[in-house]
Design a protein around this ligand. Structure first.
Ligand code: SAM
Ligand code: SF4
Ligand code: F3S
Length: 467
């Protein structure tokens, strides 16, 4: 059945806003504002969701804390993409029995992608009785309702019904940074790569209306944000579910037209949908960062097909050439999976040779993790964990040498860097290509673009001096 794009109605959202006020009233009778902690696992989409949870908590009268022992409400926003992330979550949730024992009124909540996995809510219900609330990403906007229910003596909440997903506009957001902002432009994924759980837990692709994205972008720029990352599992699919014919490149162009000095970034691009229009738009739009994250996952055509990626090694290499034709200085980063079921030594060598041929600036490398319910989890997998680890180490070593060489080539150049953080007594910032730079400077430069001459480098970062 075709997915029908569903926006939460203004009436439903204003009901949640009223419930937030009710919680705020309850909290205002306390001697001091109660404390809340939101802990985030996973990708930037989850970071953006956590900022919304913090926004709602703040509206409900909570102050933020970093202390699990002190928190009155703890929300753990989980990720299901690899087993390791799940084990960390379950370990940490288990450890919270101690804080709950010391502070019985503490409300522990679990949300995010992992909660949407079949059987997970049941497992939490029976094995983690100190967890009071479990909800999936599709009902994040109903958090005030669930919290009020618990605060007024209601039973444990389990809200993880299956859904294709919705769009909820206008939720408050408490952003982590005052310089860099996440701006989700679409949710969900329709690609069903055979190893990936995201389409099962995040629902179908749905685009926010361009008016809503542009309004939020304008607000961010007015508020002084200088680095805006457009988020989606595959941003190149933006607009396919809308009636107005807009696509991702058009959206970049419209954001680029907003007056102000800022950078537009985006992630992630699926190679099957990236192409000439995207690269020519990036090249033309002066505010668009010179960086593209283009996950290739494998350099072997057989593996790519088994992954259901819908492109080939050759078409991927063609795309890289095209991107570099339009933007010779573009920074290219990528994701890759080692040890996909049945990946042979030869097929792994294809991945290694692709990495050497493309010479990415940086690479996010993962060992295949079987996810229940995905086709790849049922494929025969004769290679041992040790074998996969050996390949992984070789790949990381090859990439580190390339990253180091690429970084060294920046020495002597002066780059425009957005100062966005501090590391000890140094400032840190990012170049247009997303490279991390450390340099000496006063705190007043935070949030400003600075010209920095690069004087040193290593595999992961650059060092420089203000010009
Ligand atoms: N939508 C993005 C895309 O298609 O490029 C990425 C989404 S995923 C959150 C980030 C990365 O995790 C993927 O690019 C892939 O390399 C990796 N990944 C996803 N599922 C995995 C699995 N089952 N085992 C290991 N790595 C996985
Ligand atoms: Fe997962 Fe593939 Fe969708 Fe990315 S495009 S989220 S890897 S299914
Ligand atoms: Fe993880 Fe969900 Fe993101 S599974 S990577 S948090 S979309």
């Amino acid at each position: 059945m075709k997915y029908v794009r569903q926006e939460i109605t203004p009436e439903e959202l204003s009901r949640q806003a009223e419930l937030m006020e009710r919680v705020a009233e309850l909290n205002s009778s306390l001697d001091a504002p109660p404390l809340a902690l939101v802990d985030t696992y996973g990708c930037q989409q989850n970071e953006a969701d956590s900022e919304k949870l913090r926004g709602m908590l703040k509206k409900m009268g909570y102050a933020m804390t970093k202390s699990e022992a002190e928190a009155d409400v703890i929300v753990i926003n989980t990720c299901a993409v690899r087993e390791h992330a799940e084990q960390r979550v379950l370990g940490n949730v288990g450890a919270l029995t101690h804080t709950k024992r010391a502070k019985p009124s503490q409300i522990i909540c679990l949300c995010g992608c992992m909660m949407q996995e079949p059987g997970m809510a049941e497992r939490i219900k029976s094995s983690y009785p100190h967890v009071r609330m479990v909800f999936g990403p599709h009902v994040l906007w109903r958090f005030p309702e669930y919290l009020l229910r618990l605060l007024t003596g209601g039973k444990r909440v389990f809200a993880t019904e299956e859904s294709d997903g919705v769009i909820a506009e206008g939720l408050p957001s408490e952003r982590d940074s005052s310089v860099k902002a996440w701006l989700p432009i679409m949710y969900g994924c329709n690609n069903f790569c055979s190893y990936c759980i995201v389409p099962y837990v995040r629902g179908r692709e749905r685009s926010r209306a361009p008016e809503d994205v542009l309004r939020e972008a304008r607000e961010l720029i007015r508020a002084g944000y200088k680095d805006i990352t457009l988020l989606g599992q595959n941003v190149n699919s933006y607009g396919k579910d809308l009636e107005n014919g807009i696509d991702f490149s058009d959206l970049i162009e419209q954001i680029n037209d907003i007056p102000g000095d800022f950078l537009i970034r985006f992630m992630t691009s699926h190679p099957k949908d990236a192409g000439e229009k995207l690269f020519s738009t990036m090249a033309r739009c002066e505010k668009c960062a010179r960086h593209i994250h283009l996950p290739f996952q494998s350099g072997s055509n057989r593996v790519l097909e088994a992954m259901n990626r819908r492109y080939t090694r050759e078409s991927y290499l063609g795309l890289v050439d095209l991107a570099r034709k339009y933007m010779p200085d573009v920074v290219l980063t990528s994701d890759v999976i080692v040890g996909f079921p049945g990946e042979t030594e030869e097929e792994f060598e294809d991945t290694l040779s692709l990495v050497r041929e493309v010479r990415f600036d940086a690479l996010f490398t993962f060992i295949f993790s079987p996810r229940v319910g995905t086709p790849a989890s049922k494929m025969p997998d004769p290679y041992t964990r040790e074998e996969k680890q050996r390949r992984f180490d070789r790949l990381v070593e090859a990439q580190n040498a390339i990253s180091e060489e690429k970084h060294r080539s920046y020495i002597g150049k002066t780059l425009r860097v957005l100062a966005d953080g501090e590391d000890g007594d140094m400032l840190t910032g990012r170049t247009s290509g997303g490279r991390l730079v450390r340099f000496a400077g006063s705190r007043e430069l935070l949030g400003r673009f600075c010209d920095v001459e690069i004087t040193s480098s290593n595999t992961w970062a650059l060092g420089g001096a203000l010009r």
